[in-house]
Ligand binder design. Sequence first.
Ligand code: GLC
Length: 388
Amino acid sequence: MENNRRTAGKLHYTLPSPDSYPYQWLWDSCFHAIILSHFDLEIAKEELRALVVRQFKNGMIPHMSYWEPHQDTFTRIQWGKRHTSSITQPPMLPVAALRIYQVDSDKAFLKELFEPMKRFMDFFLNERDPHHHNLVGIINPDESGEDNSPRFDTVLHLAPQHRWEENFKRRLELVEQNRICKFQTACMENFSWVRDVPINAIFVENLRRLSDIALILGDQPQAELRAQQAEAVAAAMRRYMLHDGIMYATNGHNYHRIPVKTWALFAPLYAQIYTPDEARDIINKHFNNPKEFKSIYQLPTVAMDEPAFNPAGFASGPDWRGTVWMASNWFVYQGLKHYGYDDEASAIAEASRHLIKKSGFREQYNPLSGEGNGAHNFTWGGLVLDMI
Ligand code: GLC
């Protein structure tokens, strides 16, 4: 964490990986704050403070902030603006801020972030849910944090097996479309509009934690409002995403189901959106199934019997097509714990520790061999500290 820390004026933030990701990234910084809350509260707070500096007028927090002046020209992606990207990532700020508060009871810190956090959550409700269905829609796969997950193959018109370059080219084309649409959902809903499972589950959980924060700050009406919003999103997930006991992402106006089995099946456990019976079935039929998700090193991000499953990962870049990632492991670990599946949670925690001992802090790992892949010195592997 220390080696990857950078300063920009008075700001401090942590790079996900100096060689591969030399910027500040939104959900990475929230994970960093959770990791840092175990041993350096002041730096954990700085990580979140830096995140909100470049919040947009409409409340969006961009998924990348370029703090070094030369980085604007260095970046390969044209966002139509300087200093930041123009898309977002799953909103983990309230969870991360509350974790810090739970250690030192610093209300002033919560108060400092309260307005930006409210505005960020409102951005999702105002801008990413144009028809008021209570579901967040994403306008580019990268907003899920799982850039090339097979959940997005249909919107990108890609076959289950393809090269990283093809995937990246299609996503760049989509950014072009995003730019034409001025990054507005009302326009993008005609091209790529995925109501995805993890981001909505994460949204529910973070609305609940924002409600907790409002209570701590003595704002009862906000606490009630955020709790109601959380339950409305949870109910909409059940209504539009649940099919035969599994929640699937959907695309477009008519909620066209995307029936590919990825770790997203388990993401609703994180926000306790499945009933206990549904959770039991999902865990027995899928999590503990050696043909699907019970690999030697859990948890593959894509079921092993999916045509898209690629245990080795793309040679040249991030790969959410089967390799193990520590962030998904952390979400599923938390979810399993919520429902009392301690053995399964321990299996994930142990696999995570084992992978780091065996292959170091890598971006992703092969679920069959445990080999590391992608970026080196990748910080969010520190989430193992939080899986005990
Ligand atoms: C990759 C990941 C994304 C992460 C970023 C920086 O793009 O897919 O989730 O935020 O790297 O680590």
